[in-house]
Design a protein around this ligand. Structure first.
Ligand SMILES: [Cu+2]
Length: 184
Protein backbone atom coordinates (compact mmCIF):
# COMPACT_ATOMS: atom_id res chain seq x y z
CA UNK A 1 0.00 0.00 0.00
CA UNK A 2 2.33 2.78 -1.09
CA UNK A 3 -0.18 5.61 -0.71
CA UNK A 4 -1.94 4.34 2.39
CA UNK A 5 -2.36 6.55 5.44
CA UNK A 6 0.58 4.94 7.20
CA UNK A 7 2.93 5.78 4.43
CA UNK A 8 1.58 9.32 4.16
CA UNK A 9 2.09 9.78 7.86
CA UNK A 10 5.56 8.42 7.55
CA UNK A 11 6.22 10.69 4.56
CA UNK A 12 4.90 13.77 6.35
CA UNK A 13 6.79 12.89 9.47
CA UNK A 14 9.91 12.37 7.43
CA UNK A 15 9.43 15.75 5.78
CA UNK A 16 8.96 17.35 9.15
CA UNK A 17 12.14 15.72 10.43
CA UNK A 18 14.03 16.96 7.40
CA UNK A 19 12.76 20.46 7.97
CA UNK A 20 13.73 20.34 11.61
CA UNK A 21 17.14 18.99 10.70
CA UNK A 22 17.63 21.74 8.17
CA UNK A 23 16.57 24.46 10.52
CA UNK A 24 18.82 22.99 13.22
CA UNK A 25 21.69 22.90 10.76
CA UNK A 26 21.14 26.49 9.73
CA UNK A 27 20.82 27.55 13.35
CA UNK A 28 24.06 25.71 13.97
CA UNK A 29 25.70 27.56 11.11
CA UNK A 30 24.46 30.87 12.45
CA UNK A 31 25.77 29.99 15.87
CA UNK A 32 29.12 29.01 14.35
CA UNK A 33 29.27 32.27 12.41
CA UNK A 34 28.48 34.15 15.61
CA UNK A 35 31.28 32.29 17.39
CA UNK A 36 33.74 33.10 14.61
CA UNK A 37 32.69 36.74 14.74
CA UNK A 38 33.10 36.86 18.50
CA UNK A 39 36.52 35.25 18.39
CA UNK A 40 37.68 37.60 15.63
CA UNK A 41 36.36 40.60 17.53
CA UNK A 42 38.01 39.29 20.68
CA UNK A 43 41.40 38.87 19.06
CA UNK A 44 41.14 42.29 17.45
CA UNK A 45 40.57 43.85 20.84
CA UNK A 46 43.30 42.07 22.77
CA UNK A 47 46.08 41.08 20.37
CA UNK A 48 46.75 43.94 18.00
CA UNK A 49 48.98 46.55 19.54
CA UNK A 50 48.25 50.05 18.38
CA UNK A 51 51.45 52.01 18.28
CA UNK A 52 51.56 55.79 18.13
CA UNK A 53 54.67 57.44 16.75
CA UNK A 54 55.35 60.96 17.98
CA UNK A 55 57.75 63.54 16.56
CA UNK A 56 59.89 61.33 14.33
CA UNK A 57 63.03 63.06 13.10
CA UNK A 58 66.35 62.26 11.51
CA UNK A 59 69.61 64.06 12.10
CA UNK A 60 70.81 65.80 8.95
CA UNK A 61 74.13 64.80 7.42
CA UNK A 62 77.15 66.36 5.75
CA UNK A 63 77.81 65.24 2.18
CA UNK A 64 80.27 62.35 2.72
CA UNK A 65 78.44 60.98 5.77
CA UNK A 66 76.96 57.52 5.25
CA UNK A 67 75.15 57.00 8.55
CA UNK A 68 72.84 58.93 10.82
CA UNK A 69 70.26 58.40 13.54
CA UNK A 70 66.48 58.55 13.57
CA UNK A 71 64.63 59.47 16.75
CA UNK A 72 61.00 59.46 17.91
CA UNK A 73 58.73 58.63 20.80
CA UNK A 74 56.71 55.41 20.62
CA UNK A 75 53.64 54.47 22.61
CA UNK A 76 51.80 51.15 22.35
CA UNK A 77 48.30 50.37 23.62
CA UNK A 78 49.42 46.89 24.68
CA UNK A 79 52.79 45.29 25.47
CA UNK A 80 54.82 45.07 22.27
CA UNK A 81 58.36 45.28 20.99
CA UNK A 82 59.98 47.26 18.21
CA UNK A 83 61.90 44.49 16.42
CA UNK A 84 63.03 45.96 13.11
CA UNK A 85 63.17 49.04 10.95
CA UNK A 86 63.88 49.72 7.30
CA UNK A 87 64.03 52.66 4.95
CA UNK A 88 64.33 53.09 1.19
CA UNK A 89 66.87 55.87 1.97
CA UNK A 90 69.35 53.50 3.67
CA UNK A 91 70.93 50.21 2.63
CA UNK A 92 70.96 48.95 6.20
CA UNK A 93 68.88 49.92 9.21
CA UNK A 94 69.53 48.76 12.77
CA UNK A 95 68.08 49.43 16.19
CA UNK A 96 70.86 50.83 18.40
CA UNK A 97 71.41 51.86 21.96
CA UNK A 98 74.06 54.13 23.40
CA UNK A 99 75.87 52.83 26.43
CA UNK A 100 78.94 53.72 28.43
CA UNK A 101 81.65 51.14 27.85
CA UNK A 102 84.90 51.81 29.77
CA UNK A 103 83.96 55.48 30.16
CA UNK A 104 83.40 55.79 26.43
CA UNK A 105 79.96 56.33 24.99
CA UNK A 106 79.46 53.67 22.37
CA UNK A 107 76.50 52.53 20.37
CA UNK A 108 75.61 48.94 19.70
CA UNK A 109 72.83 47.06 17.93
CA UNK A 110 70.05 45.62 20.08
CA UNK A 111 67.51 42.94 19.16
CA UNK A 112 64.64 45.31 19.87
CA UNK A 113 63.10 47.87 22.18
CA UNK A 114 60.35 46.91 24.61
CA UNK A 115 57.18 48.99 24.38
CA UNK A 116 55.29 48.50 27.66
CA UNK A 117 51.55 49.20 27.37
CA UNK A 118 50.69 52.87 27.68
CA UNK A 119 54.25 54.08 28.29
CA UNK A 120 56.13 56.65 26.24
CA UNK A 121 59.38 55.13 24.99
CA UNK A 122 61.79 57.76 23.74
CA UNK A 123 64.35 57.12 21.03
CA UNK A 124 66.67 60.08 21.49
CA UNK A 125 70.27 61.21 21.08
CA UNK A 126 72.36 59.47 23.74
CA UNK A 127 69.88 56.59 24.06
CA UNK A 128 67.96 54.28 21.80
CA UNK A 129 67.89 55.24 18.16
CA UNK A 130 67.32 53.83 14.71
CA UNK A 131 70.59 53.75 12.79
CA UNK A 132 70.36 54.45 9.09
CA UNK A 133 73.49 53.17 7.34
CA UNK A 134 74.60 53.23 3.74
CA UNK A 135 72.55 56.30 3.02
CA UNK A 136 72.56 57.29 -0.62
CA UNK A 137 72.37 61.08 -0.38
CA UNK A 138 72.89 63.99 1.98
CA UNK A 139 69.95 64.42 4.35
CA UNK A 140 69.08 68.11 4.36
CA UNK A 141 66.84 69.99 6.75
CA UNK A 142 63.20 70.00 5.72
CA UNK A 143 63.45 66.71 3.84
CA UNK A 144 61.27 63.78 4.86
CA UNK A 145 62.73 60.28 5.27
CA UNK A 146 60.30 57.35 5.14
CA UNK A 147 60.97 54.65 7.73
CA UNK A 148 59.05 51.42 8.22
CA UNK A 149 58.92 50.08 11.78
CA UNK A 150 58.10 46.45 12.56
CA UNK A 151 56.40 45.88 15.90
CA UNK A 152 55.68 42.47 17.43
CA UNK A 153 52.98 41.94 20.03
CA UNK A 154 53.05 39.39 22.86
CA UNK A 155 51.28 36.80 20.66
CA UNK A 156 54.12 36.99 18.15
CA UNK A 157 52.02 38.84 15.62
CA UNK A 158 53.90 41.54 13.73
CA UNK A 159 52.66 44.71 12.13
CA UNK A 160 54.42 47.47 10.24
CA UNK A 161 54.09 51.19 10.78
CA UNK A 162 55.00 53.76 8.15
CA UNK A 163 56.76 56.78 9.58
CA UNK A 164 57.73 60.02 7.86
CA UNK A 165 60.67 61.49 9.73
CA UNK A 166 61.61 65.15 9.29
CA UNK A 167 65.27 65.89 8.75
CA UNK A 168 66.54 68.36 11.33
CA UNK A 169 69.56 70.57 10.99
CA UNK A 170 72.74 68.62 11.68
CA UNK A 171 73.83 71.09 14.35
CA UNK A 172 70.45 71.92 15.89
CA UNK A 173 70.36 69.46 18.81
CA UNK A 174 74.14 69.14 19.22
CA UNK A 175 75.40 70.40 22.61
CA UNK A 176 78.78 71.38 21.11
CA UNK A 177 77.18 73.84 18.71
CA UNK A 178 78.56 76.92 20.51
CA UNK A 179 82.13 75.67 20.14
CA UNK A 180 81.94 75.23 16.40
CA UNK A 181 84.83 77.18 14.84
CA UNK A 182 83.14 77.97 11.56
CA UNK A 183 80.73 80.21 13.47
CA UNK A 184 83.48 82.72 14.41
CU1 LIG B 1 73.78 53.99 16.13
Amino acid sequence: MPYGPDYTDYFLEHQAMKTRAESTRSLGAQFLRALIFISLAGSAASAVAEVTVMQPWVRGTVAPQKATGAFMTLKSTSDAKLVAASSPAAKQVEIHEMAMVNNVMRMRPVAGIELPAGKDVALKPGGYHIMLMGIGHQFKQGETIPITLTVRDTNGKTETIEVKAQVRDLTAPAPMQGMSHDRH
